[in-house]
Design a protein around this ligand. Structure first.
Ligand SMILES: [Fe+2]
Ligand SMILES: [Fe+2]
Length: 356
């Protein structure tokens, strides 16, 4: 399979164009404030650089990130900037963050950083803030207002009192299916900051929000979830055009709530299955989500492919899924939400590969 087969484009036609993929995603913003002001940014997420011992790191995760960086550098024209969507490290260790930074230092474009829970829960973001970036901030780029949130906070008792050591806390938060986990939150202080940050803006200003976890609720037991999501959405609601991009779920995930569009990017490290395919408990995978094929466990890069999404007027998202049919999501003004114009029912999907 060629790389192009695996590529899925996030394209913004007249509004915002983003291309997202794993190893990388490319986002093209053409929200048309001024003619000639459209631009692209690339997105790389969930590298999970994993320290083994000494100078040894998990090879496959290194390679996923290295490949994403190389391919972003090949883009022509170059994206205006690259977003790293969080989970640079696996267990928040300095060795991991340093090694991840070393790989990311090859990126030619400027990098904007979003923190993930795997980067945070060892030292509560201390090293990240010293070496990499503030935990939350905003910036303007060619008429678009970008907000970066730290969406992986949780309650104070869990964070500060419950565990005997920072390493134990990190180990707990690093687990996927964890009964001891605690839901992610943006929390009061940051929501107050967000409200203030947006106050000065005209409601017509295009808004892009970058978070690590989805700013809506998918499946609580895996922390595909932000507990105060509705409160964050209420702050974003007055704006005409809002696009949230996030990592964390390691899969294609798409949702629309009112005027707010949400899109996830795949990981460079490994794919997660959809909760609906794995557990019987109630979950809220959005109806409009295009399911990825099951990853081939014999192919170390499978399930971590490329993606692009096209958005704009008309709002269209085009997905090119490897070993599967492409499909288009088109915004239906009357219905007020996107409809899948080329829906591929389960009977038409290529079944998972079998290995013996
Ligand atoms: Fe992750
Ligand atoms: Fe994560």
């Amino acid at each position: 399979m060629t790389m192009i087969d695996r590529r899925m484009f996030l394209k913004g036609l007249g509004a915002a164009t983003v291309a997202a993929a794993a190893p990388y995603s490319l986002v093209k913003i053409a929200w048309g404030q001024k003619a000639g002001e459209s631009f692209t940014f690339a997105y790389i997420s969930d590298a999970h650089i994993n320290h083994i011992k000494g100078t040894e790191f998990t090879r496959n995760f290194d390679k996923g990130l290295e490949r994403a960086v190389a391919e972003v550098n090949f883009l022509y024209p170059q994206p205006d900037f690259v977003v790293f969507g969080g989970d640079l490290a696996q267990l928040g260790k300095k060795e991991e963050l340093d090694h991840g930074l070393e790989i990311m230092s090859k990126v030619q474009a400027p990098v904007k950083w979003v923190i993930g829970e795997h980067d945070y829960y060892l030292d509560l973001g201390k090293y990240w803030q010293e070496k990499i970036s503030p935990l939350y901030y905003s910036f303007d780029h060619k008429g678009v207002h970008f907000v970066v949130l730290n969406s992986i906070l949780t309650d104070d008792h869990w964070t500060h009192e419950r565990w005997s050591s920072p390493a134990e806390r990190m180990g707990q938060m690093a687990r996927l299916d964890n009964p001891q986990g605690s839901p992610f939150m943006v929390k009061d202080e940051q929501r107050a900051w967000l409200k203030k940050d947006l106050e000065k803006l005209d409601r017509k200003t295009p808004l892009v929000v970058l978070s690590h976890s989805p700013l809506y609720k998918v499946f609580k037991h895996w922390n595909f979830w932000t507990d105060d999501a509705e409160e964050v959405q209420a702050i974003l609601k007055p704006f005409d055009q809002v696009q949230v991009f996030h990592g964390h779920v390691h899969q294609v995930l798409y949702n629309q709530i009112g005027n707010i569009s949400f899109a996830a990017f795949m990981a460079t490290a490994w794919p997660w299955p959809y909760p609906v395919s794995y557990v019987q408990e109630p979950n809220q995978v959005p109806e409009m989500t295009v399911f990825m094929n099951r990853a081939d466990p014999h192919s170390e890069r499978d399930g971590t492919g490329y993606g692009t999404i096209a958005m704009g007027e008309p709002k269209v998202k085009h997905y090119e899924l490897w070993e599967n049919q492409p499909r288009d999501l088109r915004y239906d003004k009357q219905a007020g939400h996107p409809v899948d114009t080329r829906f591929q029912g389960p009977d038409k999907r290529i079944p998972p590969q079998k290995h013996y």
